[in-house]
Design a protein around this ligand. Sequence first.
Ligand code: SF4
Length: 420
Amino acid sequence: MSCSKTPHLVHADSTGQIYDEPELLMLVRRGNELALPRPEEMMPLPESSDLFLLPDRKALGLDPETGRVEVMDGLALAGFASPGHTLCATAAFAREEAAPRLPLYAYGAVGYFRDRFWISAMQVDKDQRQNFSGFDDKTITRKARELLARYPRNRLISHLAGCALNYCCPAARNLALGRFEAPLPTARECNAACIGCISYQPGDSGIQATQARIDFTPSPAEIKEVMLEHCRKEKRPILSFGQGCEGEPLTRARKIIQVVQQVRQAVPAATINMNTNASLPEFIAPLARAGMDSIRVSLNSAEPEFYSSYYRPRGYSFQDVVSSISEARKHSMFISLNLLYFPGISDTESQLELLTGLVQDHRIDFIQMRNMNLDPDIYLELAGDRAMGPGMGLKNFLSRLKKECPWINFGYFNPYVDRD
Ligand code: SF4
């Protein structure tokens, strides 16, 4: 449902009380561009989304009578869209000099109209794996405790059950409930230093990591137990290495190859996937031969320089990422990109052209349209002139890519790979 009129500006006071300004229109940011929202890119704020108050950032609105941009005394608001939704524009605000850096979330532009909040975003996936409205907490708690009781000596199970019980981690909850996708974190190390890494932030970054990185190295036997347990319950199981609470799984590739070799025959229906920075191409072929059939490669851009400025690779290059994708294609793996999308930067002509080339060269199957979870001003600074736009808009971006690559599909989550 798109919005027939431009929503009103909303802002808040320091107590969190939210106000809408019927006289002023909401503004959005697409890269460095300050603009009115595109009606077709506005949707009612989806269920399970969050509204954030942005500290030391004043709300901006447009006076339709004068055409002037008004800076409010009130705080700006942003929407963190629920999983399955990609932002079309970020929040517009005037940042004060001493404003703290914002935590690792995506800050969507929001407004108010017809008694509801609207956000500049699009639903890209209807998959319900992160929707737990059908389960009460008691059930999830009971299921997580049952897992702990069944595997009292498995450290990986106790780590994941803890994540389900204490942090409501959706991946860990799905393991407890025995549905959809099971998380298999295994790596403490990483060979990249992403600016927006959610599991490790250097002390001087001024940013808080949102996930505690796993502090032990699961054994092949512990990993195997989790995989078999999940496949016992879920008919179309997805088993995924590479989670938010770990480093880079390819740094543990030899052990993972061993485990996949051991379980593949026992779980023929499973999609065995790796979410990875694809930095070590030499391991892709052995992983595929062991039985891994899906790989999800994370990137913010198909432009080598821009990729390196965000991922800050240690001992590998963007060319290694491309070589990994090429290896995966050679071995008929299902290839997804985990595109960290930022409106006004990712959807510019130059970025689309490079991405289209990468998709065509390696016949990539799927693109997960994830939001760049980072303080927008940090990313805009990193992007430099790339943020000058113009952005063509998410809808155009998707349809242009589909036109050039008709086989490609878009979503938000790792799909089950039906091999029948
Ligand atoms: S690749 Fe993953 S674990 Fe490594 S720095 Fe980036 S986000 Fe963090």
